[in-house]
Design a protein around this ligand. Structure first.
Ligand code: SF4
Ligand code: SF4
Length: 221
């Protein structure tokens, strides 16, 4: 717990996001997530301000994942705290320390992450199905429609395909991989989901080889 708190406290933004706390509850009163979840930004800030290590560790098991990162709290706090920013720092520490809560939260998004990392896009329209997104409820039926037919009905030229818009230029993909490597995203992913990490490294290697072949061809020309 101490190691986790040390990481939170030593984050470069920590002192900027936490300046004291009146315990006034304005942040919680305006927080949309507090309306729906067992979650209170006031509680998070108090835990950090009083350095309640057990409470911080406990909040990192579930509560910090309820924040929607809208920063309404930061706009309202009379102390100019940013509870949403503090939650972000706690999430980073949770990832770094491989807490089980991170794995639980990310599990439903594995497909989306694979799509983002392998193609650079988040979601192809044909991935939106009731089976893949049961948490969307009955309204998904409005989206889960015969997309090929619907697209043909659009009067502007869309190439009538589900795929073309989702193909990312090879060079762009390589640049994205470089950013993920340099910023530590891949390192974090390895801690959270080593199987997904292995798949993504394979995809990256393949694309890099493809890109290198393309460069070699250009040199020959
Ligand atoms: S950033 Fe998070 S804590 Fe702040 S108001 Fe939005 S949901 Fe609530
Ligand atoms: S973080 Fe700010 S708004 Fe929230 S309880 Fe503390 S002083 Fe009040």
């Amino acid at each position: 717990m101490e190691a986790i708190f040390d990481d939170i406290r030593s984050h470069p933004l920590y002192d900027h996001e936490l300046n004291g706390c009146l315990n006034c509850g304005i942040c919680t009163a305006t927080c949309p997530s507090a309306q729906y979840y067992d979650y209170s930004p006031r509680e998070i800030v108090q835990l950090l301000w009083t350095e309640n290590l057990e409470g911080i560790y406990d909040a990192m098991q579930e509560k910090i994942w309820a924040c929607a990162q809208c920063y309404t709290c930061a706009a309202r706090c009379p102390f100019q705290n940013s509870p949403g920013g503090l939650v972000m720092i706690m999430r980073e520490a949770a990832i770094k320390h491989g807490l089980q809560s991170v794995k639980d939260v990310l599990r439903p998004f594995t497909r989306v992450m694979l799509k983002v990392i392998s193609t650079g896009n988040q979601l192809a329209p044909n991935m939106i199905t009731p089976q893949a997104f049961p948490d969307w409820g009955p309204n998904i039926s409005k989206i889960d429609a015969p997309l090929t037919v619907l697209r043909k009905a659009i009067p502007v030229p869309t190439l009538h395909t589900l795929d073309t818009a989702w193909i990312v230029n090879l060079k762009t993909s390589i640049e994205l991989y470089t950013i993920w490597e340099e910023t530590g995203v891949l390192q974090q992913l390895e801690v959270v989901d080593s199987s997904l990490y292995d798949v993504i490294v394979d995809v990256m290697d393949e694309k890099r080889n493809e890109y290198q072949d393309w460069l070699d061809e250009q040199d020959e020309d």
